[in-house]
Design a protein around this ligand. Structure first.
Ligand code: UD1
Length: 421
């Protein structure tokens, strides 16, 4: 298993192009199942999760072509099977979003109950309730969800009991080919939902209100092929900004939408960073200063993203002062606290959802272990500022979400190396 060796103490400095967004790419890839025509996708990040989704599409019967510019063309002409197997869905919860497209286009889908990051129970009850509202019959057998709508899905008015990103995406895709109009209430407003809605519209769907809590979808009979460029990854962008701030550094990110990162940029400014933005770039300069402690409460978009909580916790760990970090989206998303404390941080878990961070001036290198995707990057942030050499084990978690992490960090001047084996 690969490890990452980081010797701390260097200020990050330089310019970085942000990759395409994993969390937009995955539902968009699933959305290619909605048409029998070719769909061409650009700016897909080279990540394990994307490969897993491509493998799943191939398993279902789609033809997947990768060209010399790394653009991917997918054509889901005929399916070999409508069953998404445990082996593929287990490793990545996001693959559950193939259910909507398969059900809408073919009237049936069998999808294994998902696995994914070990951050809480993460049920799919809202997805299933939504498809029932759209007229599907849902059964469970041997760990699989069996969904059927022999005469197709029909539009309905559905309200989510809680805000779910994957649930909203799954239902949007199902409703795109349903008979009549669907209204999704209490829908997620994340920028990735907007990207998916715009992508569906480029295929001929009639989606409006995406990016607000009320999405209206007029079902159409068929969708056609299109070319689409996946939006920039706001989580990757925010992560590198936080890492740069922790080291007192200065970076410029390009190919990014600053408007998608408002909550994070506001917090970084509170922490003491000087920030400038343009239409597709962000500059952060910490002027070598120690960050100030700031409180964080995660919330659905436009609130502070849960996917950047762990990284910010690491920043707060070396900040001047005490801060409170509250996680409201997932239970059990503080697994990194124990590892950060091994590096000399002073973080108390006041409850399963609330950490009190007493900032310390220095961290000290130690061997640590990655636990889940985003939590792992908090260890990278800590390693970048710790005295000595930190070795992070199990970095396959990081590789699920961060493209060529060691190369990107090296570009910014970090002393980082991947140890294979
Ligand atoms: C997506 C993101 C993930 C991010 C999360 C929250 C992708 C591929 N992943 O995950 O990076 O951390 O949004 O911003 O886009 N829930 C239910 N029932 C359901 C569905 C969800 O109770 O049917 C709960 C979950 O357990 C969780 C909360 O709702 O506590 C939010 O989950 P959801 O928004 O669905 O997250 P994902 O789509 O899995």
């Amino acid at each position: 298993m690969d490890k990452l060796r980081i010797t701390g103490g260097r200020r990050l400095s330089g310019s970085l192009r942000v990759s395409g967004a994993k969390n937009a790419a995955l539902p968009i890839l699933a959305g290619t199942l909605l048409t029998d025509e070719p769909v061409r996708l650009a700016n897909l990040p080279h990540l394990h999760d994307v490969t897993t989704m491509l493998e799943l599409l191939g398993h279902l019967g789609a033809e997947v072509l990768v060209d010399e510019c790394m653009a991917v063309e997918i054509r889901a002409r005929e399916m070999q099977t409508l069953r998404a197997p445990y082996d593929l869905v287990r490793t990545m919860r996001a693959s559950f979003v193939v259910l909507g497209p398969l059900l809408a286009r073919f009237g049936r889908a069998e999808v294994s109950l998902p696995g994914g990051c070990a951050i809480g129970a993460r049920p799919v009850d809202q997805h299933l309730k939504g498809f029932e509202a759209l007229g599907a019959r849902i059964d469970m057998a041997d760990g699989y969800v069996i969904a059927e709508a022999a005469d197709g899905l029909r539009g309905a008015d559905f309200r989510f009991d809680l805000v779910t990103v994957g649930g909203t995406e799954n239902l949007m895709m199902g409703a795109a080919l349903a008979r009549g109009t669907t209204v999704l209430r209490n829908a997620a407003c994340e920028p990735e939902i907007v990207d998916l809605g715009n992508f569906l519209n480029a295929m001929g769907a009639r989606v409006r209100g995406h990016g607000t809590p009320e999405i209206v979808i007029d079902g159409v009979e068929r969708l056609h092929g299109c070319a689409w460029r996946v939006m920039p990854d706001r989580v990757e962008a925010g992560t590198y900004l936080i890492a740069a701030a922790a080291t007192g550094g200065r970076i410029r990110l390009t190919d990014v939408h600053p408007g998608d990162l408002t909550a994070v940029l506001d917090k970084l400014a509170e922490s003491g960073a000087e920030i400038a933005t343009g239409p597709d770039w962000i500059e952060l300069d910490m002027h070598g200063r120690r960050p100030r402690a700031v409180d964080i409460d995660t919330a659905p978009y436009p609130g502070f993203p849960t996917d950047m909580q762990a990284q910010y916790l690491a920043l707060n760990a070396i900040a001047d002062g005490t801060s409170h970090v509250t996680e409201t989206i997932f239970e059990n998303r503080f697994m990194h606290v124990q590892e950060l404390n091994r590096l000399g941080a002073n973080i108390e878990l006041a409850s399963v959802s609330h950490a009190v961070v007493h900032g310390v001036p220095r961290l000290k290198a130690a061997p640590v272990m990655a636990t889940d995707l985003r939590a792992s990057f908090s260890l990278v942030v800590a390693g970048l500022v710790a005295d000595g050499t930190t070795v992070i084990d199990r970095i396959y978690h990081i590789d699920r979400g961060y493209e060529t992490i060691e190369e990107k960090l090296q570009t910014l001047g970090a002393d980082v190396e991947r140890i294979s084996g």
